[in-house]
Design a binder for this molecule. Structure first.
Ligand code: NDP
Ligand code: MG
Length: 381
């Protein structure tokens, strides 16, 4: 299978390349895209003999690293070039591992071009699920997010009408059990030390605020078609159960495995087959206790805000997401506090009148408005 990897230099992208390294007989990487990590992209192109590259950042045009590429390698720049990569002839599947709403157009273009989409970029669905889901036909969208890959697998062979609830598991993040008073003073460094998953900076902050779980609830709503009353979150600190599906007869199917994103990434590539695991399987004799507790939405307000945005629907999740992206970046730049993230998201949401989603241009316009409004609030802090 010929694959294009968008966001190849990030956490998911590099793990996807490791899967490709282990299965050279099954996967051929034919296109790669990143934002500004020119040196890493060039190194990946050498290793995997890739002839089509894109850097989203046009400033990279003169980067000396690019001069080392063989003559027959084509490098393009800008977001439009990333969209073009999604539809080039010969690509069978696009792994969208970009970070943020910037990934929406790539997801859209992949599906309209009739290619398969392995989707890590959850923001695509949060923002544009109303536009993307009507484009999905049987198995053309394979979820990479571990919870959604787990649910996808629990649903195999079942009748959708018999599903009564989806249970999304959450690790609880590095600040599980803290009070709001304690959260007010947590630092960037403490936030980036996630207990179970090693991920890019944006999703790591989202995991600490529980916004990530909120985005995942919206993602599950679009992917699996259950309403918000039937999608629940449970904190499970060991992250051993990746999610669960409850059926009308009281049976619950759970997906378990080690916490290694290469497993769901690989399944998106291999489905409907399964390939050799990249890691040792779980040893249940060594596992010890698994525990569960409700999510504390009073302390971690971002989860409640995301559910509210999902329930309101239309353009509200796009507003939530854009405000969150701006606030998280500000927190990473150490120009706002941890609790300011949810405050800003809430304030921006309050100022938005929901519209039903009709086009990518509309969503981008709403996204732009939410970013500017969030920046205004940040300046006023
Ligand atoms: P990273 O920040 O590690 O990587 C992001 C990648 O996208 C990098 O290759 C980056 O390039 C590229 N990129 C970002 N912005 C642009 C842009 N404007 N144009 C072109 N390329 C861009 O993120 P993660 O890998 O952690 O996450 C990727 C997605 O997967 C997110 O949506 C996240 O929510 C989701 N996800 C991640 C999980 C994980 O374990 N990491 C788990 C589940 C979901 P550059 O290096 O040049 O900046
Ligand atoms: Mg996840």
């Amino acid at each position: 299978m010929n694959v294009a990897i968008l966001g190849s230099t990030g956490s998911i992208g590099t793990q996807a390349l490791d899967v490709a390294r282990r299965h050279p007989d099954k996967l051929r990487i034919i296109a790669l895209a990143a934002h500004s990590s020119s040196e890493a992209l060039v190194q990946q192109a050498h290793e995997f003999q890739v002839k089509r590259l894109v850097l989203g950042d046009r400033e990279q045009r003169d980067n000396v690293a690019l001069a080392q590429l063989p003559q027959d390698v084509r490098v393009d720049f800008g977001l439009e070039a990333i969209e073009e990569l999604c539809q080039i002839e010969g690509v069978d599947m696009v792994l969208n591992a970009l970070s943020g709403a910037v990934g929406l157009r790539a997801s859209y273009r992949t599906l309209t071009s009739g290619k398969k989409l392995a989707l890590a970029n959850k923001e695509s669905l949060v923002v544009g699920g109303d536009l993307l889901m009507p484009l999905v036909c049987k198995d053309s969208l394979l979820p990479v997010d571990s919870e959604h890959s787990a649910i996808f697998q629990c649903l195999l062979g079942e009748d959708d009408k018999t599903v009564s609830r989806l249970w999304l598991t959450a690790s609880g993040g590095p600040f599980r059990g803290r009070t709001r008073e304690q959260l007010a003073s947590v630092t960037r460094e403490q936030t980036l030390a996630h207990p179970t998953w090693k991920m890019g900076p944006k999703i790591t902050v989202d995991s600490a605020t529980l916004m990530n779980k909120g985005l995942e609830v919206i993602e599950a709503f679009h992917l699996f078609g259950l309403d918000y009353d039937h999608i629940s979150v449970v904190v499970h600190p060991q992250s051993c159960i990746h999610s669960m599906v409850e059926y009308c007869d009281g049976s619950v199917k759970a997906h378990l495995g080690v916490t290694d994103m290469r497993i769901p990434i690989q399944l998106a590539f291999s489905y409907p087959q399964r390939w050799q695991a990249p890691v040792e399987p779980l040893d249940f004799t060594q596992l010890g206790a698994l525990s569960f507790e409700p999510a504390d939405e009073k302390t971690f307000g971002a989860l409640a805000l995301a559910k509210e945005a999902g329930r309101q629907g239309g353009t509200m999740p796009a507003v939530l997401n854009a405000a969150n992206e701006v606030a998280v970046q500000s927190f990473l730049n150490e120009t706002c506090g941890f609790l300011d993230i949810e405050r800003i998201v809430e304030q921006v949401m309050l100022r938005h009148d929901v519209q039903s989603v009709c086009s990518l241009e509309q969503l981008e316009q709403v996204d732009g408005w939410a970013r500017t409004t969030a920046e205004d609030f940040l300046r006023a802090l």
